[in-house]
Design a protein around this ligand. Structure first.
Ligand SMILES: O=c1[nH]cnc2c1ncn2[C@H]1C[C@H](O)[C@@H](CO)O1
Ligand SMILES: [Zn+2]
Length: 355
């Protein structure tokens, strides 16, 4: 199998369908925002802050992984900070040729200084729109209910999703600690979203078994599944997910860090792909996981043996899985398929196409 370089993977057009805004900041930006807002951080230089906001392979669980968000959220409570972090995330993604990105976050976590839920959504949309003007990237927003917060709040966030339908918000999600916090408690919120013809995805099968994926699909109406690694434990449900073409938002490095899988070689994305499931490759959290979409592709290339043609197919599955209206998706796909056909690793010809 010819070896692809990180530059090759950076040049390919890509999606990121599963990326949290509050886990994908630049570390210098956190320091800057803290200084402006007089927020106290656990450390005050890039290198000393890094261990608080990036987790390594020694992370033991999802709950431990989620601790990094206390730090990031402490500086994401103002309108300007949300505009800036959304802009920078889209800029960073565009620079590695991510053409379509769905950014997710939970507005309820950004109200510590009294911002309204509407303003919190507006600010992120403003930052993303600024980036779309400067870079060849399209974006959408997914709002997250949180598993450990009350179902009433999820319902309010579902209403917020409805209010911003066709105004930049493209879906609803459920995030946070999975074990002990079943999705079924939040089914009314998903009912509200579905009744309004809006897409939803749920984090499921990451820190709990296939029962969690079953609830996400059959009780909450998930159109996609976040992670879903533990689908491997239930062949019958796996066949259902495959037959209904329910996309899996795979985030390989994050899964090793949260111990959803023990080591990369065990990641089921290889088996899922071989069985024909619709798999997509995503970052989850660019900063907390210390990754990029290109790096995630490099990992599956080097450690799970995905060759160029397979990577191209996974990229196409990413565009197919977008929460975009069909006509827009078809046009974007046609453009990308054309580029992928012309793509040659290391070739100057296809490099020129991106200039
Ligand atoms: O991988 C994850 N699993 C579950 N929850 C997560 C993950 N990454 C981030 N979150 C949580 C922490 C954030 O504060 C929240 C909204 O983005 O979503
Ligand atoms: Zn996630």
């Amino acid at each position: 199998m010819p070896k692809l370089t990180l530059q090759d993977l950076q040049r390919l057009p890509k999606t990121d369908l599963h990326v949290h805004l509050d886990g994908s900041l630049r570390i210098p930006t956190i320091l800057d925002l803290a200084e402006q807002q007089k927020v106290k951080l656990p450390a005050d230089t890039v290198d000393s802050l890094r261990p608080f906001v990036e987790v390594g392979e020694d992370c033991k669980s999802l709950v431990e992984y989620l601790r990094a968000f206390d730090v990031t959220l402490s500086v994401m409570q103002t309108y300007e900070s949300l505009v800036r972090t959304a802009f920078e995330l889209a800029e960073d993604a565009a620079k590695e040729n991510v053409r379509y990105m769905e950014v997710r976050y939970s507005p309820i976590l950004h109200q510590q200084k009294g911002l309204t839920l509407h303003a919190i959504v507006q600010a992120v949309l403003e930052g993303l729109a600024l980036a779309e003007k400067q870079y060849p990237i399209k974006t959408g927003v997914i709002l997250c209910g949180m598993r450990h917060i009350s179902p009433d709040i999820s319902l309010r966030l579902a209403d917020l999703t409805v209010a911003f339908k066709n105004k930049g918000v493209v879906g609803f999600d459920l995030a946070g600690a999975e074990e002990n916090f079943p999705a079924k408690r939040h089914k009314d919120a998903f009912g509200r979203v579905l009744q309004n013809n809006i897409n939803c995805t749920l984090h499921a099968g990451e820190a709990y078994g296939p029962e969690s994926i079953h609830q996400a699909i059959h009780l909450c109406g998930a159109h996609r599944i976040g992670h879903g690694v533990r689908l491997i434990e239930d062949g019958d449900l796996l066949n259902y997910v495959n037959d209904h073409r329910i996309p899996l938002e795979c985030c390989p490095s994050s899964n090793v860090q949260t111990k959803a899988v023990k080591k990369m070689a065990d990641h089921p994305i290889r088996l899922f792909y071989d069985l024909g499931l619709r798999v997509t490759v995503n970052t989850d959290n660019r900063m907390v996981t210390n990754t990029t979409v290109s790096r995630e592709f490099q990992v599956i290339h080097e450690e799970l043996g995905f060759g160029l043609e397979e990577i191209k197919e996974v990229i196409i599955m990413g565009f197919k899985s977008a929460f975009l209206p069909y006509a827009l998706k078809r046009a974007l796909l046609a453009e990308v398929v054309h580029e992928l056909k012309a793509f040659k690793p290391g070739s100057l010809e296809s490099k020129k196409e991106h200039l």
